[in-house]
Design a protein around this ligand. Structure first.
Ligand code: NAD
Length: 497
């Protein structure tokens, strides 16, 4: 046995054995300690070579006054090992506590969230007997920047940010993953019929990078119909890549329809770090009862073993786990009448997997992780400085009168070097000029000032304009510059414009 465990802070400086890979482990909250105990016992029995540093995160850390749920010495451990096997944690109810998962993913640059969602029919009950989908979710951007503001009495805003390098990394990751694991098709879900610039960038990047992978089939679905198809006919999908929010929601849907949320593991991969966890939470309702299914965390740990190039051990455990499921040794959450032979607890399930180490599944396809050499070629293209011409500004105002004509008459003679009012929208819909009286208006207005001639101005012109608006006693809540970039209008039109 080569797995050794060290707890921080006692073992802040650890003596490493040369053959073992250092990893950081957190036992988490609720069922966390039980499923982590079971998982490590199986890894140990299979001969995983791990040098473990244990950290405490989660509920006790939060309630001890640390609003991020993780202490500095835990970050130090993660910086040392760069590999994190994490059990679920409980986020205490009430305000002020930041999501530890989102923080860890963003701070450590874990840009790719990889969730294999597989059906184990007929052993585990599912409406979808043929399902083997890998969701690759972008993990750092989109609406998860957490940049939110109350802008007016009536309107709050959350910023959706999509970057060229961020998108290129995740799209390349999906293609590289598909190629490395012998997958045939990569599908992209976006909503670029509505969000033409943000989701449009994601879709265009998918098409552009996809050309470098002629061996793989490619397709794009608008996310709403794509989601419906995924829920109805998951067998038509293989690898799916998505921006953060859609990936968050749909990877839970995909995991759930395989049979149990307790079955799925996930990998969060970055350039220098990686975190592996079950997708489910800390299940306080069954904590301490020896009822939890450790499979989600075990399958995440198998992803970790492949990542740290111990794929022979990963393969051994995965095949033994499949055999256990085939033999009808099931935890309560996956009890399948007429198929399950024995309902066991967390500990007994782990023992059953250990007993089968070295055995292969008889009905399921046996797992083969090859030589484990799965280095992906993730690079980002240089983004050349563009020719940017400032041609106007969107000025956002709080204005209590719901009539756009009254706002327009207050602004109609405000001008700065030929930049004048061309449009007013309310929640994105054009209400002036020629708006519809039926359109409901809030107190949040966008007033677009632009020049007739598409000629650039400098920012001083915008400052002069803002001063004039300010002198009208109107409340400016934010501005957005309007650019023509490399000859292309680089802002959206108003709906109805
Ligand atoms: P949950 O996933 O913990 O539980 C949902 C249901 O699934 C419960 O009935 C539970 O008993 C069952 N379940 C979950 N995992 C199981 C397993 N391995 N075996 C058998 N049954 C299992 O979701 P929740 O109840 O909404 O959340 C509980 C806590 O977990 C909350 O504090 C939440 O913030 C936290 N959470 C943490 C993570 C994480 O750390 N990654 C993720 C999600 C939720």
């Amino acid at each position: 046995m080569t797995t050794s465990t060290k707890s921080l802070p006692k073992s802040k400086i650890t003596k490493r054995s040369f053959s073992a890979t250092p990893i950081t482990v957190a036992y988490g909250d609720g069922i966390g300690p039980e499923i982590m105990g079971a998982t490590l016992k199986i890894l140990n029995a299979a001969g995983a070579k791990l040098d473990i540093e244990e950290i405490e995160i989660g509920e006790r850390v939060y309630l001890g006054g640390n609003s991020s749920g993780i202490r500095n010495e835990a970050w130090d451990s993660l910086r040392r090992t760069k590999v994190f096997l994490k059990a679920p944690i409980t986020t205490p109810q009430g305000g002020g506590f930041k999501s530890l998962n989102v923080t860890t993913r963003k701070v450590l640059g874990l840009y790719a969230n990889v969730r294999p969602c597989v059906s184990y029919h007929p052993y585990i009950h599912t409406k979808h007997p043929i399902m083997d989908v890998v969701i690759v979710r972008e993990n750092e951007e989109d609406l998860y920047g957490g940049i939110e503001h109350q802008q007016t009495d009536e309107v709050v805003q959350c910023l959706k940010l999509i970057s060229k390098p961020g998108t290129e990394k995740i799209v390349r990751y999906a293609f590289e993953y598909a190629r490395a694991y012998g997958r045939k098709k990569v599908t992209c879900f976006t909503k670029d019929n509505i969000m033409k610039m943000t989701d449009g960038l994601f879709h265009k990047t998918f098409d552009r990078i996809g050309e470098e992978y002629p061996d793989l089939e490619k397709e794009h679905w608008i996310v709403d119909i794509g989601a419906a198809k995924l829920a109805e006919t998951p067998e038509i999908f293989d690898v799916i890549v998505m921006p953060n929010l859609y990936g968050d929601i749909l990877s839970d849907v995909a995991a759930q329809i395989t049979g149990s949320v307790g079955l799925a593991g996930s990998a969060n991969i970055g350039e220098g770090f990686a975190m592996f966890e079950a997708i489910h939470g800390s299940a306080p309702d069954i904590a301490g009862a020896n009822k939890a299914n450790p499979s989600g965390l075990l399958l995440a740990a198998i992803q970790m073993l492949v990542h740290i190039k111990q794929s022979d051990i990963a393969e051994k455990i995965h095949n033994a786990w499949l055999r256990t499921i085939e033999d009808g040794i099931h935890t309560e959450d996956i009890y399948n009448s007429g198929v399950s032979k024995e309902i066991v607890g967390t500990k007994e399930f782990a023992e059953a997997v250990i007993t089968r180490l070295g055995m292969l599944p008889q009905k399921f396809k046996q797992v083969d992780y090859g030589d484990g050499n799965k280095d992906f070629n993730i690079r980002i293209s240089e983004v050349k400085p563009a020719l940017r011409e400032l041609i106007g500004v969107d000025v956002f105002l709080q204005f209590k009168d719901r009539n756009p004509e009254n706002l327009a008459s207050l602004l109609s003679d405000v001008e700065s070097y030929g930049m004048k009012l061309t449009m007013i929208t309310n929640r994105g819909t054009k209400v002036w000029p020629n708006g519809f009286p039926e359109t409901f208006c809030t107190d949040h207005w966008r007033c677009r000032f632009a020049r007739d001639l598409q000629q650039g101005v400098n920012y001083q012109v915008v400052i002069d304009l803002l001063q004039k608006i300010h002198h009208r006693k109107l409340e400016i809540i934010k501005t957005e510059n309007l650019y023509v970039i490399d000859g292309q209008q680089s802002f959206s039109a108003g709906q109805g414009q």
